[in-house]
Design a protein around this ligand. Structure first.
Ligand code: NAP
Length: 320
């Protein structure tokens, strides 16, 4: 039976990516929607065909009291994730949470504990791993394509029109470029490097906030060293626009991507041996399919709460 999922939040990523992807996922359906505005919840529920006869909510506890609901998908500002996830877990609902999972380790630990105690799955939405070119490369690198990994570089910038976004504030946001795109770059780095290079043993950062002069990062540079001695460079920004960059260097070759780190599953990838071909498949659909399969098969989602916590821990160490 298809997993019945409630959408928490009706913003940009919910409307543009998660809900269209959920519509195409055969093992899961949109069941209900929570918004601060019940009319907006109703509009989103109708637009994406929510299946519950009581689909529109403006009260989280009331929505979670629905015995037919199986899981929630959280796409609200970052500082709201943990409270909503913990409420869902305590109501016995599986949790699929947008990135960054939390903005503190206390919240991350509480969220993991609540899900473990309730026996529900906790998945984190790092969709870059589901880009088919990245997945094929990840497998080839594990099989030795590039030899020993020595360095990785990931850059993603997205020009903000102004500082009106909640990520630029501290009430519900903590990081700006790092929360919007940098956390994805970090996930890509950890996913490729940790299996053979070990844990992160050194973190250095440069943070700039000089255009809008607010409290949160505008451009962030983070350098990492892994236990093997391999290194990583991350650049995220909201003050310039450019194609994303992905570079992976090993003792026997390199792989690169332009535009592959992004929201579409597209981009161009190549290695020192030639073009790197892949099919364009919606990475958001694949991450939801993995979450639904994790619930069905009673296994951890590919990106679980422990990985979400590790990502948050590095962001905290780089910025606090
Ligand atoms: N994986 C990805 O590619 C990706 C991309 C973008 C964002 N995200 C993540 O998804 C989450 C939402 O980001 P977004 O870009 O969709 O943000 P957004 O467009 O601002 O939407 C957030 C939604 O959360 C709800 N909300 C509840 N309390 C709120 C508050 N105090 N202030 C603002 N909104 C509030 C709102 O829905 P109602 O008005 O209906 O309550 C709002 O529309 C973030 O954690 C973000 O990092 C992920």
């Amino acid at each position: 039976m298809a997993l019945k999922i409630a959408m928490i939040g009706t913003g940009r990523i919910a409307e543009n990516k998660l809900l269209p992807a959920l519509s195409n996922t055969k093992d899961a359906v949109l069941w209900s929607v929570l918004s601060r505005d019940k009319a907006r919840a109703g509009e989103t529920a109708a637009k994406f065909g929510a299946q519950s006869s009581n689909a529109a909510h403006d009260n989280l506890d009331a929505m979670l009291a629905d015995p037919e609901l199986d899981a929630v998908m959280i796409a609200t500002p970052d500082k709201l994730h943990s409270e909503q996830a913990i409420a869902a877990a305590r109501a016995g609902k599986h949790v699929f949470c947008e990135k960054p999972m939390t903005t503190s380790l206390t919240e991350a630990d509480a969220m993991i504990k609540a899900c473990n105690e309730a026996g529900v799955k906790l998945g984190v939405a790092f969709h870059i791993r589901w880009h088919e070119g990245h997945r094929k490369l990840h497998q080839a690198v594990s099989d030795g394509l590039l030899g020993d990994l020595r360095h990785i570089r990931v850059q993603w910038s997205s020009l903000a029109p102004d500082d009106g976004n909640w990520r630029a504030r501290t009430d519900v946001g903590k990081w700006w470029s790092l929360a919007g795109v940098g956390t994805h770059c970090l996930d890509q780095i950890l996913w490729f490097m940790e299996p053979t290079c070990g844990e992160v043993v050194e973190i250095k950062s440069v943070i700039s906030r000089d255009v809008w002069k607010g409290p949160n990062d505008e451009t962030a540079l983070i350098s990492l060293r892994f236990a093997s001695g391999a290194t990583a460079d991350l650049c995220s920004s909201v003050v310039f626009q450019a194609p994303t960059q992905f570079e992976l260097y090993g003792s026997k070759g390199y792989a690169r991507g332009e535009g592959s780190v992004g929201i579409s599953g597209e981009g161009r990838m190549w290695t020192d041996k030639g073009d790197w071909d892949f099919n364009v498949i919606d990475p958001y659909q694949l991450e939801i399919e993995d979450f639904a399969a994790a619930v069905r098969d009673n296994r951890a989602p590919e990106v679980d709460g422990v990985m979400g916590r590790r990502n948050t821990a590095i962001l905290l160490e780089a910025t606090d």
